[in-house]
Design a protein. Structure first.
Ligand code: PLP
Length: 385
């Protein structure tokens, strides 16, 4: 890669799952003002919609961009695709699954939850059972990569169970889309600008078959989050219904072009996988243990247990890593202390090796002799197969 950020100018690498480290080209694209009504900006919107549809597999799919962070698009999807008398089965194994349940509560949509705790994957068989037990369920929502642990949920077996039971699948592919293929049928999928496409934050997008969008008319509880209304308006006028984040949108166009040049989803996924493999191997050598075994490890973000050594303090570890140019991420597990290192953004293998080197130096500075986790963490881990 030629287009790395410049840590020597005081800009640290963001080893976080979005906002993430973006290229100079993406940042430069934001140095111009655009009229939202103007034809040149409408052409940008048309290009990104078409490219996202192609990335998702084309066919009868349509793309509807939506202002706001990713959660705004999740809320828009839920409110627009689940009928008011529908019922949702939420598959939760982390914070984003729980946020979906909370959102459905706000929307007044009936739901039931399969709660797998912090890191166990929802499996096809239990989804099939839940659907057989409750014929009222119309939709199943799954988080593709649950970013709170970094687990890559088994989308294939879940989609098969949903399809066999004749229900509809909604996918929160926020942190996976663009790097991990989605080759299962869905009623709607959602992602955002600042994850694997490597844009800056400011909008999300919903991808759905045309027939599902047509059915969504009049369902939304919300004026601004009405996916059908946004779609219909964009098709008619080429414009966003309300003020678009213009600079973010043109930055995203630059990010999409770079994504294509890198080889699309396959190329992007391959780089992130190499990032993860180099980083995890190096961290293991230092004695760190990842929460998940290889079967469930995503190329997006990896959770590590904090070392048992009493000299380890996450706050100090974080600050010393930041001094070396790397911003890491605290963990979200409820039972044991952990932290996370992201693999996505404008970073490659040399950067990931430098991250490991920085971790090694930081352990020495803290006086941590061993990065091995406490026994309790390993007991937690033994529950995962
Ligand atoms: C990032 C993310 C979201 C959206 O979060 P925002 O902070 O609203 O952008 C939703 N789901 C998953 C799985 C995510 O990784």
């Amino acid at each position: 890669m030629t287009d790395l950020p410049r840590p020597e100018m005081g800009e640290p690498y963001l080893l976080t799952p979005g906002p993430l480290t973006t290229s100079a080209a993406v940042k430069h694209a934001m140095l111009r003002d655009w009229g939202s009504w103007d034809g040149a900006f409408r052409a940008v919107t048309a290009e990104i919609r078409a490219e996202l549809v192609a990335m998702a597999g084309g066919g009868d799919l349509e793309c509807v961009p939506m202002q706001g962070s990713g959660s705004f698009s999740v809320e828009a999807m839920l409110g627009s695709f689940v009928p008011r008398d529908g019922k949702v089965l939420v598959l939760s194994n982390g914070a984003y699954g729980m946020r979906i349940a909370t959102t459905l509560g706000y929307l007044g949509r009936a739901y039931t939850l399969i709660d797998k705790g912090d890191y166990l994957p929802p499996r096809g068989a239990e989804v099939a059972q839940a659907l057989a037990d409750d014929p009222a369920i119309t939709h199943v929502v799954v988080v593709h990569c649950e970013t709170s642990s970094g687990i890559l949920n088994p989308l294939d077996e879940i989609a098969t169970a949903v399809q066999k039971a004749g229900r509809k699948l909604l996918i929160d592919s926020m942190s996976a889309f663009g790097a991990i293929p989605v080759d299962v049928p869905f009623a709607a999928l959602v992602s955002s600008a600042n994850k694997c496409i490597e844009g800056v934050p400011g909008f999300g997008f919903i991808i759905a078959p045309r027939a599902e969008l047509e059915e969504a008319r009049g369902r939304s509880h919300s004026l601004s989050l009405d996916v059908h209304a946004q779609w219909a308006h964009m098709n008619k006028t080429g414009q966003w219904r309300f003020t678009p984040p213009t600079h973010v949108v043109v930055a995203f166009q630059a990010a999409l072009r770079a994504h294509k040049a890198e080889g699309g989803v396959a190329g992007r996924g391959a780089r992130y996988t190499r990032n993860r493999d180099v980083m995890v191997a190096g961290m293991r050598e230092l004695g760190f243990v990842p929460l998940l075994n290889d079967r469930w490890l995503s190329p997006i973000i990896v959770t590590f247990f904090c070392p048992a050594d009493p000299a380890f303090d996450f706050g100090r570890f974080y600050d010393l890593m930041k001094d070396k140019g790397f911003i890491i991420y605290p963990g979200k597990l409820t039972k044991v202390d952990s932290f996370r290192i992201g693999c996505i953004g404008q970073m490659d293998e040399p950067v990931m090796r430098a991250v490991v080197m920085a971790a090694k130096e930081t352990l020495a500075e803290l006086g941590v002799g061993s990065a091995a986790p406490p026994a309790a963490a390993l007991q937690e881990q033994a529950k995962l197969t």
